[in-house]
Design a protein around this ligand. Sequence first.
Ligand SMILES: Nc1nc2c(c(=O)[nH]1)N[C@H]1C(S)=C(S)[C@@H](COP(=O)(O)OP(=O)(O)OC[C@H]3O[C@@H](n4cnc5c(=O)[nH]c(N)nc54)[C@H](O)[C@@H]3O)O[C@H]1N2
Ligand SMILES: Nc1nc2c(c(=O)[nH]1)N[C@H]1C(S)=C(S)[C@@H](COP(=O)(O)OP(=O)(O)OC[C@H]3O[C@@H](n4cnc5c(=O)[nH]c(N)nc54)[C@H](O)[C@@H]3O)O[C@H]1N2
Ligand code: SF4
Ligand SMILES: [Mo]
Length: 861
Amino acid sequence: MIRTTCAYCGVGCGIRATVTGERQVRIEGDPDHPANHGRLCSKGTHLGETVGLEGRLLHPMIGDRRASWDKALDHVARRLRDTIARHGPGSVAFYVSGQLLTEDYYVANKLMKGFIGTANIDTNSRLCMSSAVAGQVRAFGEDVVPASYDDLDAADLIVLVGSNTAWCHPVVYQRIRARCEVGAKLVVIDPRRTETAEEADLHLAIRAGSDVALMNGALAWCREAGVLDDAFLADHVAVPDGFWDALTDGHDLWSVARTCDVPAADLRRFYELLAATPRTVTMFSQGINQSLAGTDQVNAIINLHLATGRIGKPGAAPFSITGQPNAMGGREVGGLATTLAAHMDFAPENRALVQRFWASPTIAAKPGLKAVDLFRAVGEGRIKALWIMATNPAVSMPDAARVREAMAACPLVIVSDVMADTDTGAFAHVRLPAAAWGEKDGTVTNSERTVSRQRALFPLPGQAKPDWWIMAQVAQRMGWKSAFAYDRPADIWREHVRLSRYGNDGQRMFVLPGQGGGGNAGYDYLAPFRWGGTPFADGRFATPDGRGRLVLVAQKPLSAALPKWPLTLNTGRYRDHWHTMTRTGLAPKLARHRAEPLVELHPDDAVRCGIVDGGLARVVTPQGESVYRAAVVTTQRAGELFVPIHWTDQTSSGGRTGLLPRPLADPLSGQPGFKATPATIAAVATQWRGFALFAGEATKRPDCLWATRVAVPSGSLWELAGDGGCLAIEAILPPGERIEAVDHARGTRRIAVLADGRLIAALFLTESGELPARDWLIAQLSAPQAGATLLAGRAPGAAVDRGAIVCACFDIGMRTIVTAIRDHRLTDVAAIGAAIGAGTNCGSCRPALARLIAEEKTHAA
Ligand SMILES: Nc1nc2c(c(=O)[nH]1)N[C@H]1C(S)=C(S)[C@@H](COP(=O)(O)OP(=O)(O)OC[C@H]3O[C@@H](n4cnc5c(=O)[nH]c(N)nc54)[C@H](O)[C@@H]3O)O[C@H]1N2
Ligand SMILES: Nc1nc2c(c(=O)[nH]1)N[C@H]1C(S)=C(S)[C@@H](COP(=O)(O)OP(=O)(O)OC[C@H]3O[C@@H](n4cnc5c(=O)[nH]c(N)nc54)[C@H](O)[C@@H]3O)O[C@H]1N2
Ligand code: SF4
Ligand SMILES: [Mo]
């Protein structure tokens, strides 16, 4: 058994992994890990399904040709050196990721800022939590998250702002639920009624972008109610001139309710609860950060906590919860273009200190280009060499079409990735095979500052190498031999620990404890630990005068809908998919919670725009357009659309969300405003729809209006739709023995392809009729002999249609659950568990089960 950390989100759950065969592993939650105490969500539970070598990049590639490491590394080093010699250091950039390990990140940062000599290294964390960083630096003087998960256990009120915690941080969410079971209250602030919101004591479905008004109003209310902590304010907080005057203006209950477009009674309930509850944790993520006013929104939240003294005490804190597994580690090494290293900025004394520590020939003089500006500079030809590691900007950057054009025009694009075919990899001149989760060793820091080890479970496959090794080799070949002579991650870790302490007489709170000392064995056995203790418990902040700072922030005017763009487009995540799906896309158990990219919209908008539930719809913004399957739902506010971020060229013809957002960012943090893009929507007419099933992968990619793929056991499933005739689509079927049935009256056509009596492919098409549920046919892919009734699409007799998968652990669909609720008169989540098992393992589906019960109750009433 090997102790390691989950590959996915910033909760940072500990895992006990037992290797059971070649590239096979059994995954369990680590009961001793402080982040999860043994729990895992659906994604962590099914990590074992993603460790196969399918789709991996296993050799360095220069163009389309395999190259040896020696050749590839020399090539990269020479091209980078030449570019620098000809165009200066500023012509080179790295774009890295919160999914690198701390050791990888440290090497990238050191190479760029100390040796190449610019700060043109930015990271996908810019898209993720840079507003939280900027807000915390403004308020606290340093980017320190002043909370831990223990605070959730001690809180009496938990406010989730712009966070779909039930889906995106499920294990933290279960901890929140557990606390609510014993009396804490949960308030969710989100324009959408998410599964997180469904279970809350109060949900405020505020108008997108109105969070500053809401939080300022809350602070004004608390002041009126006399619950400000005057002593704390006097001793420990700097209040800018005019702060309170500005706050009294226009922040009465009615004005705020109007701005936020929520019932004043609900707003009053929230404010009363807030005023009455000293132990409040306000947890926030992308609904706050990913906004053109993200930093102000962060400070509006922190203001409330500082002024009420709800910080540095158990159960009271503002809590920026991070997305990626090592977003925090990246901040600690200083891997953003706007920090230098180890929580230091570019002040002359810091530059001198870091340069001395690294013994480097140079040191970056000023902050580098932030992600959006960085890709703009690539497009304008100012950056001539770009090295992308562990991120997929062709999908995830705003205005992705322009990002793609920029990469296509860049003279040198190097991509380090674990997968062979990604949308970004298609633009690479050099592709370098990185070691994946389960093969690499290092550390990550989670949302609550707990540092944990990730440990290798398998030997490195093919020619894959860890990212730190790849960069250190390139650095050595660029001429910096001794500074990058690392033999193992432990060498880098010790240097990182030393830098955190170097010249630090308490100016920087980021200090790693002596763990750097224990030698290689100490590193091997490093147990999870949290740095920073309970920040600000003594009321001292990391500012020059030691005071925290209130920041005067005003609600930006919310622009009226534009005639051409009457809707606002919101974007975000699904429970069982991770970002661009390079990993979760491999796991059949995760694929069918949401098998297609949906655009969710309110019934009023659907009627107005002629959209039908289940039909296709084109979402258009000034930047681009993409097609989605429409879901008409009452969980959306009228006027607002929601689409997921996960689909790529590899998996779908539509759902390409990155094409849609504007390349605009918060002026302070540089974080793009992904959550609110002016948009419009129109129905897309189709003449036929269908699905195709393949043992393994499709030999040819379906070419039609709508084609999206998911992994299923032993194969892949494509959902299809098209205009014009559907005959051409048959060309995707492989050769083999065909059986076929046509029903001209209904316009249906069903084809199965067999080889040696086994089903190898199937195509079901219809113009107007019904299609069978996919489950039974999928099961036939792994049956030893295909049945005679294949074309019925279901087992003789029984019609089993489970519906969308709700419980990923036991593969239980919505229809099965609803039937059980009705037949056995189940009234709570536990009863469903007892009857059919759903929700009894990882628990990620428990909010969905609760909703199904509620819906059945309304249905019955
Ligand atoms: N399943 C899953 N989990 C993940 C990830 C994943 O890809 N899949 N990714 C991880 C990463 S990197 C991240 S950053 C996190 C993100 O975790 P979250 O931030 O929880 O996820 P999102 O879905 O991006 O957005 C959260 C919510 O913000 C709401 N929102 C939009 N606009 C506003 C607004 O103006 N005000 C308020 N108050 N709310 C608004 C959206 O409706 C949405 O429900 O998730 C992490 N966990
Ligand atoms: N519209 C919209 N866009 C968004 C967001 C949104 O809410 N809305 N959210 C933003 C946020 S918060 C985030 S975090 C980003 C995420 O967006 P990305 O970072 O682009 O998404 P990933 O799919 O996680 O990309 C990680 C890549 O690294 C590879 N990889 C995995 N492990 C390793 C490794 O160890 N080494 C190397 N070298 N490669 C590895 C994977 O195969 C994959 O190709 O998307 C952002 N974009
Ligand atoms: S909550 Fe789920 S995805 Fe996040 S670290 Fe834990 S097991 Fe992994
Ligand atoms: Mo993120």
